[in-house]
Write a protein of this length. Structure first.
Length: 258
């Protein structure tokens, strides 16, 4: 297992802001990539949890047993059996019991060779912990999942690392759609980012002012651990996840600040 290639193909892609960022971090009136939601889209609205982007990567080893890696957004932090050890953000230490439980639950269900579960590790000592906990308790919330079968994984491993990065950056990671994701997280009894509502694409705001007004109804976090403060914002996405955007309070507050 080439860890550099695994790291590259499982990194979580950046999510664009709904409105384009302009000078001094202020938003413009233009939608990112000049693309809004179509009238026929069903827009899923999730809370954006403010923590550390993390991932658990499950794969089958040479003995057809389930193995796993734990990573932050940028690097791998832990491999089952202490083969990698990096204490960054307490991510690996916190997620390891979950990974151990899921190792038994995932295998041998389904035709898969690699499954990646993405979650926000929040609370603890993260910068926005005060919005979720008074006593530095740590939590996680799953927000995306994808799987590859053996043929797909073998084909990717044949590519040089820069081509794998290109494959990822062009949006080719086969993320589960909303129905598949819900079924997966429920079957695995996972904590997940809360779905705050669904809106017709034709009703979704497009102007800065109306978007900020829409955002304000989600100001309080729904994932407080032992206290509840301010939400970071929302993630809005279509059923198939082909169109996904982030809408954060700090961006709109900065833009409208006198």
């Amino acid at each position: 297992m080439d860890l550099k290639k695994i790291n590259s193909l499982t990194k979580y892609p950046s999510i664009l802001t709904y409105h384009e960022l302009g000078e001094r971090g202020r938003l413009t009136n233009e939608l990112s990539e000049s693309k809004g939601f179509s009238d026929y889209d069903e827009v899923f609205v999730y809370e954006k949890v403010d923590g550390e982007n993390s991932r658990i990567i499950f794969f089958k080893n040479n003995y057809n047993e389930v193995d796993y890696l734990i990573g932050s957004r940028e690097e791998l932090l832990y491999a089952k059996g202490d083969r990698i050890g990096n204490p960054y953000g307490n991510i690996a230490e916190f997620l390891r019991p979950l990974a151990e439980r899921l190792t038994a639950d995932i295998f041998p269900k389904g035709d898969w060779a690699l499954t990646v579960i993405y979650q926000e590790s929040y609370g603890g000592k993260t910068k926005a912990a005060k919005n979720y906990t008074d006593i530095k308790t740590q939590g996680y919330r799953v927000f995306d999942v994808f799987s590859l079968n053996q043929d797909e994984l073998d084909r990717l491993f044949e590519l040089p690392q820069e081509k794998i990065a290109e494959w990822r950056d062009h949006g080719n990671q086969p993320f589960y759609d909303e129905v598949e994701k819900k079924k997966f997280v429920e079957s695995m009894e996972l904590e997940f980012a809360p779905l705050l509502g669904m809106v017709k694409g034709s009703d979704f705001p497009t102007s800065l002012e109306n978007t900020f007004s829409f955002l304000k109804q989600f100001e309080g976090t729904k994932v407080g651990i032992d206290s509840s403060g301010k939400s970071e914002g929302i993630i809005v996405r279509t059923l198939d996840r082909k169109h996904i955007r982030k809408i954060r309070f700090e961006d709109y507050e900065r833009t409208f600040r006198k």
